[in-house]
Design a protein. Structure first.
Length: 291
C-alpha cells in the first residue's frame, strides 16, 4: 500500500514540475510573478479538449500544438501588455497579471460555459502491474513526457545562444546589454516559453482530470509552492520540489481525504519559508527588493 502511494506521488510530482517550470522561468528571468500562469494552463487544457472533441486528435499529439499556440500568445502579451509596466513596481505587475487571469477566465466562461469537460481516451484505464504495484499507463506516459520537456528546456538554456542570452539576462541585464543582448526580446521569448510550458502542462492535465475555466488558480498556487520549495532558478530544484509536493499530497489525500490537497500546499509553503526561504537548491529570491 505504502509503495503504491509513493509511486502515485512520484508520478504526480513529475507533472507538478512541468506545471511550475513556466512560472519559474518568468519569475527568475523577468522578476515577474505571473498570476496568469494558471489561466495559460487552463487554455492549454481546453485546446487539448477541443482538438480531441472536434477533430479526434489524440491528446498526447495535441501537446506540441498547444505549446506553439501558447508560445505565440505569451509573446504577444509580453510585447504588447506586460512590457508596458515591466519597469514598474512588482505590485503593479502583480495586479496586471491578476487582471489578465480574471479576463482570460471570464472570456473562457463566456465562450465555453463553466461546465466541466473531460478527454476520455480508450487507454485511460490501462495499467502496468508489477507484483502488488499498479502503474497507470497514462500517468507514466505523462511523467515521461514531462521529463522529456524538462530535459529539453535544460539543454536549450545551457547549450543554445538564445538560452545563454536568457540566462545572462536573468543574472545581470546591464552586463548582458553591454555584450549585445536585446533585453526586450529576451523578456518576450522568456514569457513565451513560460506560456508554452503552461500549455504543455494544461494538455497533460486534460488527459488526467476534468477541466473548467476555474481550474487555473490552484495550479498557480502549486507552481509558487514548488518554486519556493525547490529553489527559484534551479530546474533540478523544481523537479525535487514537484516530487515532494506530489508525494505530500498523495500521502495526505490517503490520510486526510482529497479535500485537503490545497491545504497541504499551503502548509508546505509556510514550513519552507520559515525553515529555508531560499528553497532546497536555490540561493536567493529574484523578486526581493534591491537597494
Amino acid at each position: 500500500m505504502i509503495y503504491q502511494i509513493i509511486l502515485n506521488g512520484f508520478l504526480l510530482g513529475g507533472l507538478y514540475a512541468i506545471v511550475a517550470m513556466g512560472f519559474s522561468i518568468v519569475w527568475g528571468v523577468m522578476n515577474v510573478i505571473n498570476l496568469a500562469h494558471g489561466a495559460f494552463i487552463m487554455l492549454g487544457a481546453y485546446m487539448t479538449f477541443w482538438f480531441f472533441d472536434l477533430w479526434g486528435i489524440d491528446p498526447f499529439l495535441s501537446i506540441p500544438i498547444s505549446m506553439v499556440i501558447l508560445f505565440c500568445v505569451g509573446y504577444f502579451i509580453q510585447r504588447n501588455i506586460i512590457n508596458l509596466v515591466i519597469r514598474a513596481q512588482v505590485f503593479m505587475v502583480l495586479i496586471l497579471t491578476f487582471g489578465l487571469e480574471i479576463l482570460i477566465m471570464n472570456l473562457t466562461t463566456v465562450a465555453w460555459t463553466g461546465n466541466y469537460r473531460s478527454v476520455p481516451t480508450p487507454y485511460s484505464g490501462a495499467n502496468i502491474e508489477i507484483g502488488p504495484i499498479v502503474i497507470p499507463s497514462v500517468r507514466l506516459a505523462i511523467f515521461l513526457i514531462a521529463l522529456i520537456i524538462t530535459v529539453g528546456l535544460y539543454f536549450f538554456l545551457g547549450k543554445t545562444r538564445t538560452g545563454n542570452a536568457i540566462k545572462a539576462t536573468s543574472l545581470d541585464k546591464e552586463a548582458a546589454q553591454l555584450v549585445g543582448v536585446n533585453i526586450g526580446k529576451m523578456y518576450a521569448i522568456t514569457f513565451a516559453i513560460g506560456g508554452a510550458l503552461a500549455g504543455a502542462a494544461g494538455s497533460l492535465l486534460a488527459i488526467l482530470s476534468a477541466i473548467s475555466p476555474y481550474m487555473g488558480g490552484p495550479y498557480t498556487l502549486k507552481a509558487f509552492v514548488i518554486c519556493v520549495l525547490g529553489g527559484l532558478g534551479s530546474i533540478i530544484g523544481l523537479i525535487i520540489g514537484g516530487i515532494i509536493l506530489g508525494m505530500a499530497e498523495s500521502i495526505g489525500t490517503v490520510l486526510l481525504g482529497p479535500g485537503y490537497a490545497d491545504a497541504i500546499s499551503f502548509v508546505i509553503l509556510v514550513i519552507i519559508l520559515a525553515i529555508r526561504p531560499e528553497g532546497i537548491l536555490g540561493k536567493k529570491f529574484f523578486a526581493e527588493v534591491k537597494h
